[in-house]
Write a protein that binds this ligand. Structure first.
Ligand code: SAH
Ligand code: SF4
Length: 386
């Protein structure tokens, strides 16, 4: 049986040859619409989602609670296609990294960071290949924007990391307990794909993570932040990095469009809408002699005094030709102490997985090339991991 050209989901993807719908990235509503479109009942959506996301299954034949006829029909009109794993490595501190090949041969990196006490395993997920926002201290920004990831490619990162531990059992045994959208890309610039992927992270028939365990980090795309609050309830992290518009516009160019006041007002509106976000996490990357002086700590504390928030300090992660330097350990501690005296207990986010080149915010993808660069890249990261 061929896919029906009148099926909305088939028609959406149809080009010359009929394409199969990739079920991996469909949210519950989209999956229900898909089953209705092939003349099946809505409840099939939850059944198939559990196979895909709980069991890590990518073969309809294995879905034994579906009739043989339905399995055969699904194999004709649909598929479960995750990203290809081209490299998997574990760092000496337990951080795991996957390099994944997505649709057009681009690479994305996904990092799983265990908490020291073993209570959490946080997956750092990418939303784009590259990024268009060009923050001056970010290596992803420096590589430019290649493309948005699809919802299947975004949730595919969680799928790959989760299935590496076998079928999901109870929460305590899960490979992934928390997700942060802090890998490559600006999630709010890829809203239409990020939202269904986040819905899957929260859905009990998929990853069932509580809304406090799913965090979206943004440099401040204000209109999309307002939209997000209307559609999905997740924790929010704001990449602030400076307390004056003059300095922030230099570091985070989108500040020229949506300034600090506009961003903080949007944070207040978000908090009013979502019960996950009782507080906003403020990310502050400390860069030597740029934003790491006492005056900067004072300005930051004054700016934030009305916003329910916690501050995370991230020492700048150097990369070639960035033009910036990492502050000394002592300077980072001094900055933390100044904030403490001003009423903020600001943890320092340590860089993890250094030996496999896996620091969050330092993920560098590679665009497709037809030369031997791919092979050399894989070789180089394998050497890094040795
Ligand atoms: N685009 C989103 C999420 C990805 S970046 C955002 O900007 O929030 C994740 C975090 O890493 C952000 O807080 C970002 O500012 C930070 N970051 C980027 N480059 C960094 C670097 N070289 N050193 C330290 N932190 C960096
Ligand atoms: Fe993009 Fe975030 Fe990097 Fe800025 S910090 S360039 S928004 S990924």
């Amino acid at each position: 049986m061929r896919p029906c050209p009148n099926d909305p989901l088939t028609a959406m993807t149809a080009t010359t040859a009929p394409q199969r719908t990739n079920l991996l990235g469909l949210s519950r509503e989209q999956m229900e619409a898909f089953f209705l479109s092939i003349g099946e009942k809505k409840f099939r959506a939850a059944q198939v989602m559990k196979w895909i996301h709980h069991e890590g299954c990518d073969d309809f034949e294995a879905m034994t609670n579906l009739s043989k006829a339905l399995r055969a029909r699904l194999a004709e009109v649909a598929e479960i296609r995750g990203p290809g794993v081209v490299y998997e490595g574990t760092s000496s501190d337990g951080t795991r990294k996957w390099v994944l090949e997505v649709e057009d041969g681009s690479y994305v990196e996904t990092v799983l960071i265990p908490a020291d006490n073993g209570s959490r395993r946080t997956l750092c997920v990418s939303s784009q290949v590259g990024c268009s926002l060009d923050c001056s201290f970010c290596s992803t920004g420096k590589q430019g924007f290649q493309r948005n990831l699809t919802a299947a490619e975004i949730i595919g990162q969680v799928w790959v990391a989760s299935r590496s531990a076998g079928p999901q059992k109870d929460t305590a045994q899960r490979a992934v307990t928390n997700v942060v959208m802090m890998g490559m890309g600006e999630p709010l610039m890829n809203y239409d794909n990020v939202v269904p992927a986040m819905k899957l992270m929260l859905d009990d028939s998929a990853y069932g993570l509580s809304k406090r365990r799913v965090t979206l980090s943004t440099s401040g795309v204000v209109p999309m932040l307002d939209k997000l609050g209307d559609e999905v309830d997740v924790s929010l992290a704001i990449s602030l990095h400076a307390a004056t518009d003059e300095l922030r516009s230099e570091l985070v160019p989108i500040n020229r469009k949506y300034n600090i006041r506009a961003l903080l007002d949007a944070c207040h509106r978000y908090l009013a809408k979502c019960d996950s976000a009782r507080v906003v996490t403020i990310e502050y990357t400390l860069i030597k002699d740029v934003n790491d002086q006492q005056q900067h700590a004072t300005e930051l504390a004054e700016l934030l005094h009305e916003l329910p928030c916690k501050i995370n300090l991230i020492p700048f992660n150097p990369f070639p030709h960035s033009g910036y330097e990492k502050p000394s350990r002592n300077q980072v501690m001094r900055f933390q102490q100044w904030l403490y005296e001003l009423g903020y207990n600001a943890p320092i986010r340590t860089t993890r997985g250094d030996d496999i080149d896996a620091a969050c915010g330092q993920l560098v993808g590679r665009v497709k090339d037809r030369t031997k660069r791919h092979a050399r890249y894989i070789q180089s990261i394998q050497l890094d991991a040795d």
